[in-house]
Design a protein around this ligand. Structure first.
Ligand code: GLC
Length: 425
């Protein structure tokens, strides 16, 4: 990907603007970000699979109140890499049909640099004051807000409280508890280890928990060839070799792990908060009333979650941006943010909800405090327009180390080199 094409020198911009003015006649502009700002009409909202079915209810609510500006929900698959590629394809085709899309926090820089997201300024501004600071930061690129925080995400440890009343606080305690799993003929611990974005999340968490980091504070200089990163990645690699992590977990994304946990095949599961309500209420869940959540363990105490989440991006190619903006504000409103929390057990982006005494005391929201703590200490993944290549470097090498195809040392050396060569395009 050559982004230079999208960042022409100032002189070239002026020259191009002259050409455009000549071509379109006076006052014309072919900058898609300047068009359709006050236009209204039907729009399409694109996001990953609606696991709970509740996003459909939100859309029904909107449509009942806006019969002339109806929203059509387009569901993608539940695989974040496929969601990303689908969005890229439609943006490249300048598709006016993808008005609003749910943008993973790690895609902001790439999409913004490509000029695909409508900057949320001027007539398109939103009020970001009540929103989680880290979620706003994740939707910002080079000082400009390009998307509106929608839901956040922090990892937690799901554990079978009927079998392990006190959840492990450290990796050693977790490994010791595997005796319980063995006695019950179940797998001990799993996260997401298939070769996709979820593995970047899990490998980063292990590395961060051990005091390492993927990149330095500048967000792009790789820093994984270190003893701390080795300790972190070894937790996963050794865990897999020694059976703490069951063999089949090498194919797990979020949904397969959730399924295994709901089927009673796992003692511990690292996953996001959306699993909570499904495992508590799914007709097929065998663990209803038998599980709870705790902070993710680390080598010497609580570990560190990777910051996840999604923001709502308005496409620069949308023909109905005023409607798109109102729909975005609707999804960020207090009642809908409560619905994300209460119905979908998704992490809202309204800061106040994490301090609301009534919500914190609600037994159905038993995960809220743990989730808030997870978010408060979550660590971001690298921020770069070349993120797809960076995450590939992390995924491929972590995967090889976990499977035992490469030593952890070699995997980290290769990861270091691959991040270095991809981070600047
Ligand atoms: C969740 C997170 C997202 C992350 C993905 C990885 O959807 O919100 O940030 O990239 O999981 O699978």
């Amino acid at each position: 990907m050559n982004l230079k094409a999208y960042r022409p020198a100032a002189g070239a911009v002026a020259a191009a603007a002259m050409l455009v003015l000549t071509a379109c006649g006076s006052g014309g502009s072919d900058d898609p970000a300047a068009q359709h700002l006050s236009d209204r009409g039907p729009i399409t909202y694109v996001q990953g699979k609606d696991n709970t079915g509740d996003v459909k209810n939100m859309v029904v609510k909107w449509n009942a109140a806006h019969p002339d500006q109806k929203v059509t929900l387009k569901e993608q698959s539940d695989n974040p890499d496929q969601q990303h590629d689908d969005l890229v394809q439609h943006f490249k085709a300048q598709d006016a049909g993808y008005d609003v899309s749910s943008v993973d926090v790690v895609w902001t820089a790439e999409f913004a640099a490509q000029g695909w997201l409508q900057p949320l300024e001027g007539a398109m501004a939103i009020d970001s004051k009540p929103l989680l600071k880290e979620a706003v930061k994740a939707a910002t690129y080079q000082g400009k807000l390009y998307a509106a925080p929608q839901t956040s995400d922090g990892g937690m440890l799901y554990y079978r409280k009927d079998l392990v009343p006190n959840p492990p606080k450290t990796w050693d305690e977790l490994a010791a508890d595997c005796a319980v799993a063995k006695a019950h003929r179940m797998g001990c611990y799993a996260g997401q280890y298939a070769k996709y974005e979820g593995l970047t999340v899990n490998a980063s968490e292990a590395i961060n928990a051990a005091g390492g980091q993927i990149v330095k504070a500048d967000g792009k200089t790789p820093d994984v060839d270190t003893p701390a990163a080795k300790k972190g990645l070894s937790f996963l690699a050794d865990g897999y070799q020694k059976g703490v992590i069951p063999q089949e977990a090498i194919t797990y994304q979020e949904e397969q792990g959730r399924q295994a946990f709901e089927d009673g095949k796992l003692l511990f599961l690292r996953n996001w908060s959306y699993v909570y309500n499904l495992a508590a209420a799914d007709a097929s869940s065998t663990v209803k009333g038998k599980f709870a959540v705790a902070p993710e363990p680390g080598p010497d105490g609580t570990g560190a979650s990777t910051l996840g989440g999604h923001s709502l991006g308005i496409s620069v190619y949308s023909a109905h941006k005023a409607t798109a903006l109102d729909f975005v504000k609707f999804l960020e409103s207090d009642p809908i943010q409560r619905e994300y929390l209460q119905v979908q057990s998704n992490a809202p982006v309204l800061t106040a909800l994490y301090r609301d005494p009534a919500l914190l005391a609600d037994p159905k929201l038993g995960y809220l405090k743990t989730l808030g703590d997870s978010l408060a200490t979550a660590k971001s993944r690298p921020v770069t327009p070349f993120y797809p290549a960076v995450t590939k470097a992390i995924e491929e090498n972590s995967y090889a180390a976990i499977k035992g195809d490469k030593s952890v040392d070699q995997a980290l050396k290769d990861m270091q080199a691959a991040i270095a060569s991809s981070v600047n395009g």
